[in-house]
Design a protein. Structure first.
Length: 343
């Protein structure tokens, strides 16, 4: 090594203070070149030490550690809430939301610490709902009425299609490697009828036919045997898509309503866009996404009806009594609609 230390070797705190003391003594021959030679430190390092000392009142030592964050916990939470509320907000918008305490570039650093993390996603276009003032008024009136019915006295019913080739829609692979899956384009379609209380499923039926009026009446005759007098069946408006002022098809079938009435069960219809107030919408999504689709055969063959029935039966017996409580909490009294600022 030459007459000076290596450029990137750390200069000890005491040596830095000695350098400052030598320079400040004002004695002739104590210039930068002489100090650098005496202490075997590059002249550029001498300049940096003296510059730090000038900005720190004569002490060149800067305490180690991270700089104090400009945003506290409340500001970080506000940043995340703003992005949750508006996924299309730019870094400039987010910086403004916290009073521009940080630069636009620093916004990403704070978001990287969020749990769960924010990730870029492909936008899924959706037809906007027409939530008119009249609809909101009607729904609020309906909620006031239905809240008088104890949750344990309510039974919700719904139908959903299930295809024999139900399969996962997403998977994971290494970057740049696509995912392929053998899957027939067409497969048998079944209709799942489900009646459920908060404590569990009352009755279910997997049929090979569509949910027409005759099928609704057939399943109703079987389901009512599992119901108790004084309970209320809450139905969606299946069968009222036409212009008839007094519809008589599907859920509006006089025979189906008479079947429930004869057993002391009251029927009540959901308001328009009733999917937001039906817990079974969440149950169907959970059943398909986590229990039926993951069982799709690797070779691409459709599942047999008996296999689908077995998966539904296992879910109804083992999972539904637990998951339904959460689904009822989210949908039965409009909590989901309020949280999503629909009402």
């Amino acid at each position: 090594m030459s007459g000076t230390k290596r450029r990137y070797e750390q200069v000890q705190p005491q040596l830095q203070r000695d350098i400052v003391a030598d320079y400040q003594c004002g004695v002739r021959g104590h210039g930068l070149k002489a100090i650098a030679k005496a202490h075997q430190v590059p002249r550029t390092t001498i300049r940096h030490v003296l510059a730090r000392a000038e900005g720190k009142g004569g002490d060149p030592i800067t305490p180690r550690g991270h700089k104090r964050r400009k945003l506290d916990g409340d500001d970080e939470a506000k940043l995340c809430r703003e992005l949750d509320r508006n996924p299309f907000a730019t870094n400039r918008d987010l910086a403004a939301a916290v009073g521009n305490k940080i630069s636009e570039r620093r916004v990403s650093d704070y978001l990287a610490r969020a749990k769960p993390r924010f990730t870029a996603k492909v936008v899924q276009d959706q037809e906007p709902e027409e939530l008119t003032k009249e609809w909101k008024t009607e729904v609020k009136q309906w909620l006031e009425q239905v809240k008088r019915i104890p949750l344990d006295k309510r039974i919700y019913e719904n139908e959903t299609p299930i295809y024999a080739n139900e399969a996962p829609t997403k998977g994971r692979s290494r970057k740049g490697k696509p995912i392929f899956r053998a899957r027939s384009r067409y497969a048998k379609k079944y209709t799942l009828h489900m009646y459920a209380k908060r404590s569990g499923v009352v009755h279910w039926d997997l049929a090979a036919k569509n949910a027409d009026t005759k099928e609704i009446e057939r399943v109703a005759r079987e389901a009512v045997e599992q119901m108790e007098e004084g309970e209320t069946l809450i139905w969606d408006r299946l069968g009222r898509s036409g212009r008839a002022s007094h519809p008589t098809s599907q859920h509006y079938s006089p025979e189906a309503k008479a079947t429930f009435k004869a057993h002391g069960v009251t029927t009540k219809f959901l308001p328009p866009k009733g999917k937001y107030f039906n817990p079974l919408e969440l149950l169907f999504n959970d059943l398909k996404s986590h229990y039926i689709r993951p069982k799709f055969l690797a070779k691409g063959q459709p599942l047999a009806k008996s296999q689908i029935e077995g998966l539904i039966r296992d879910y109804v017996d083992e999972k539904a009594p637990t998951t339904l409580r959460g689904f009822f909490s989210a949908r039965a009294n409009g909590k989901h609609a309020v949280m999503n600022q629909m009402l």
